[in-house]
Write a protein that binds this ligand. Structure first.
Ligand code: SF4
Ligand code: SF4
Length: 587
C-alpha cells in the first residue's frame, strides 16, 4: 500500500535505503523533519542534532573519510555556517559517501534570504541534484549517494520548501539491508591533511572528477526533440511546468535538468543544439542559464524573461511560457478565486514567556538599542524590543559594536537558548574580551521551539548549564529571572545595565520559562477578566499584543478570549489602570 510521505521523509528514507550509517543535522525550516524521519526509519542507526551546521558537516565528513555513508541536513542559511568545511572537503573528497542536504526557501517563507544553494555547489565545485517533487527527491537522493560513493566526492541535494513540505503517495520498496561498514580510516596525510602545495593537486583531481561526472550525466538517455523551442528547468519549476503544459499544450519541449552543476558540453551539444530558442526556468539564481554557452538563443533571468527573485508559481510560469511561445497568456488560474485574506501578523503565543521579557526590556531602557537574533523571539520586533536581526548569533556581536558606536545609550541584546549554543558563545567571548558594557538576555524556553522542539544542549542531561557556560567566559553577573514577574524583571535588567557599565563587561540575564506551545503550563492565576475599569488604552492588546486579548467594539473595551488565555496573569500587571483582574469575583 502506498504511503503519503513528505519530501523530507523521502530524503531520509532514501538515505536509509542507500545505506547511510549516520545522519547529522541542525534544525531549520524547511529541513527540520529530515533527521527525525531518519531516526524513525532506522532507529538502529546513529542520528544526532549537532550544536550547529558547521559541527554537523565536520562530524559527517570525519565519518565519511572513515569509509562510511553519511547524510547531513540543514537549511540554506545553515550552509553559510557550514561553508568553511564544505569548501575543504570538496578538495579532499571522502572515502565512503557524503550527501549534504541544503533545503532552500525561495519566497522566502521562513528565512532571512532566498539564496540558492546551487551556487555553493558551483563555487565549492561539487555536484548538486535539484529535485522537482517528493518522489524525485527519493530518486535523486539515491543517485546522490551512488555518485558520492563512486567518485568519492561530497554531493549536494537541494530541495526547496515546496519539495520538502509537499506530500506524495509512494510505494515504499523493501529495504535492502546495507552491508555493515567497518570503521576503516586509512592514513593519507597528503589528502586528509593536505598542505597548500598538495591542495592544488587535489583541486586538479576535483576538476577531473567533475568533467567525468558531467560527461556521464547526459549519455544516451533517449531524448528526442519534438519542437524548435524548449524550456529547460530544474527542481520545483520543472514540476510546475509539467502542470502548465498539461493544462495549456504549447509547441515547446520541456527538458529536465536533475543535476544543475556540473552541466556538460554534451548536454548543450546533443540536447540543446537543435533548438532555435531556449527558456531557462529555475529558482532563484541563473545557475543553469549562466552555464549555457550559446547565449544568443537563451532567455531567462538575464533578459527578464523570468523573474529575478521569488518562487516560480503556476501563473508566473504559464504567463512567461506563453510569451516565450508567442501565444496570448490565458487567464491566471487564481483569477476566478476570491482574493485571499490579508496574511495574519505573526505574533508570539498567548502566555509565551518571551512577551513579558521583551516588555520588561523595553521598560527598563526606553532609549535602548535592542539587537535581536534568529528564532520565534524575533517577534520581539512587534513589542519594540528588537532593532536588528541578521543571522544566528549576531545579537551579541551587534550589541558590542552598537555600544561602541552609541556609547551613551543602553544596549540590551536577546538570544534564544539554542541559538546561544549555536553561535552565540564566540560573540559573548569577544564582548567579554573587549569589555563591552552591554546586557545579553538569554531567553531559555528549554527547546528549539520554532522548528519543532528539537533538543538543546543544557536539557540533554549532560550537566551543561547556561550559567556555567557564561561564567566560564569570565562574566560574573549571571542571573536568572521569571519573565512573568515583569516588575522583578525590570528591576533586574536595570541592575544588570548598571553592573555592565560599572564593570566594563557584559552582564547576562537568563529569562527562564518553558515553551507554552510544547506544554501548556498550569494556570498561574485564577481566570483573568477585563473589568469595567478598562479605558480601552490598547496597551494590552496592541502594545503587549497577547493574542487572547482584543477590543470588543460593542463594549468599547478589551476582552479576554478564554479559548486562548492560559491564565499566566501577566496582563494583570501590564494594565496601567488595574482593569484586568483574576478570579470569578473580579468586579
Ligand atoms: S484592559 Fe487595561 S491595558 Fe487593556 S485596554 Fe483596558 S485599560 Fe488598556
Ligand atoms: S492571562 Fe493575560 S497575558 Fe496571560 S494569556 Fe491570558 S490574556 Fe494573555
Amino acid at each position: 500500500m502506498a504511503d503519503f510521505l513528505l519530501g523530507n521523509d523521502l530524503i531520509a528514507l532514501a538515505a536509509v535505503h542507500a545505506g547511510a550509517h549516520s545522519a547529522y543535522s541542525y534544525p531549520g525550516t524547511p529541513a527540520s523533519e529530515i533527521l527525525g524521519a531518519f531516526r524513525r526509519f532506522a532507529p538502529d542507526r546513529f542520528a544526532q542534532w549537532s550544536v550547529n551546521e558547521k559541527v554537523a558537516l565536520e562530524l559527517s565528513t570525519a565519518e565519511a573519510i572513515s569509509g562510511r555513508s553519511v547524510l547531513c541536513a540543514m537549511k540554506q542559511v545553515g550552509l553559510n555556517v557550514a561553508a568553511d568545511p564544505l569548501f575543504s572537503v570538496a578538495y579532499t573528497g571522502v572515502a565512503g559517501a557524503l550527501v549534504l542536504v541544503s533545503a532552500d526557501d525561495p519566497g522566502p517563507h521562513s528565512s532571512q534570504t532566498e539564496q540558492d544553494s546551487r551556487l555553493y555547489a558551483l563555487s565549492a565545485r561539487i555536484p548538486v541534484f535539484d529535485p522537482a517533487n517528493p518522489r524525485d527527491a527519493w530518486a535523486l537522493t539515491l543517485r546522490a549517494f551512488a555518485l558520492s560513493a563512486r567518485e568519492k566526492i561530497p554531493v549536494l541535494l537541494r530541495p526547496v520548501m515546496r519539495v520538502c513540505h509537499s506530500r506524495q503517495d509512494f510505494d515504499v520498496p523493501a529495504a535492502a539491508a546495507p552491508a555493515p561498514v567497518p570503521a576503516a580510516f586509512v592514513r593519507d596525510p597528503e589528502r586528509w591533511a593536505a598542505t597548500p602545495r598538495f591542495r592544488s593537486v587535489l583541486h586538479e583531481r576535483l576538476l577531473a572528477k567533475l568533467s567525468a561526472i558531467a560527461a556521464d550525466a547526459w549519455r544516451d538517455d533517449g531524448f528526442a526533440p519534438k519542437h524548435d523551442l524548449a524550456v529547460v528547468a530544474s527542481g520545483y519549476p520543472y514540476a510546475v511546468l509539467r502542470d502548465v503544459l498539461a493544462a495549456h499544450p504549447l509547441p515547446v519541449d520541456l527538458v529536465k535538468v536533475d543535476m544543475p552543476f556540473p552541466l556538460s558540453g554534451e548536454f548543450a551539444a546533443r540536447h540543446l543544439a537543435g533548438y532555435r530558442r531556449l527558456l531557462v526556468a529555475e529558482e532563484t539564481f541563473p545557475v543553469i542559464e549562466d552555464q549555457l554557452r550559446d547565449r544568443g538563443k537563451v532567455s531567462g533571468k538575464h533578459d527578464g524573461a523570468m523573474p529575478a527573485r521569488g518562487e516560480l508559481t503556476f501563473d508566473i510560469l504559464s504567463e512567461r511560457l506563453h510569451a516565450f511561445a508567442g501565444k496570448p497568456a490565458p487567464k491566471a488560474a487564481r483569477a476566478e478565486l476570491p482574493a485571499p485574506p490579508p496574511p495574519a501578523k505573526p505574533r508570539l503565543c498567548a502566555g509565551c514567556g518571551h512577551r513579558p521579557a521583551f516588555y520588561a526590556i523595553r521598560k527598563s531602557a526606553p532609549d535602548g538599542i535592542f539587537p535581536g537574533d534568529i528564532g520565534c523571539y524575533t517577534l520581539g520586533v512587534n513589542l519594540g524590543a528588537v532593532d536588528s536581526c541578521i543571522c544566528m548569533g549576531a545579537s551579541i556581536t551587534f550589541a558590542e559594536a552598537m555600544k561602541r558606536a552609541n556609547p551613551d545609550r543602553p544596549v540590551i541584546a536577546t538570544i534564544g537558548d539554542s541559538t546561544f549554543f549555536h553561535t552565540g558563545l564566540p560573540g559573548l567571548l569577544n564582548a567579554r574580551l573587549s569589555g563591552a558594557p552591554v546586557v545579553l538576555c538569554i531567553l531559555d524556553n528549554g527547546t528549539t521551539a520554532m522548528t519543532g522542539f528539537q533538543p538543546v544542549p543544557h536539557m540533554a542531561g549532560a550537566g551543561i548549564t547556561i550559567e556555567a557556560a557564561v561564567r566560564g567566559l569570565g562574566i560574573d553577573f549571571v542571573r536568572a529571572a521569571d519573565p512573568y514577574d515583569v516588575q522583578g524583571a525590570v528591576a533586574l535588567l536595570k541592575e544588570a545595565l548598571a553592573h555592565a557599565e560599572e564593570a566594563s563587561h557584559p552582564a547576562v540575564v537568563i529569562f527562564r520559562r518553558g515553551c507554552v506551545a510544547r506544554e501548556r503550563p498550569a494556570p498561574r492565576t485564577a481566570p483573568v477578566r477585563v473589568t469595567g475599569a478598562c479605558r480601552n488604552c490598547r496597551i494590552c492588546y496592541e502594545r503587549f499584543e497577547c493574542p487572547a486579548l482584543s477590543e470588543d467594539p460593542a463594549l468599547g473595551r478589551a476582552v479576554v478570549d478564554r479559548r486562548l488565555c492560559i491564565d499566566c496573569g501577566v496582563c494583570v500587571d501590564i494594565c496601567p489602570f488595574g482593569a484586568i483582574a483574576a478570579g470569578e469575583d473580579a468586579p
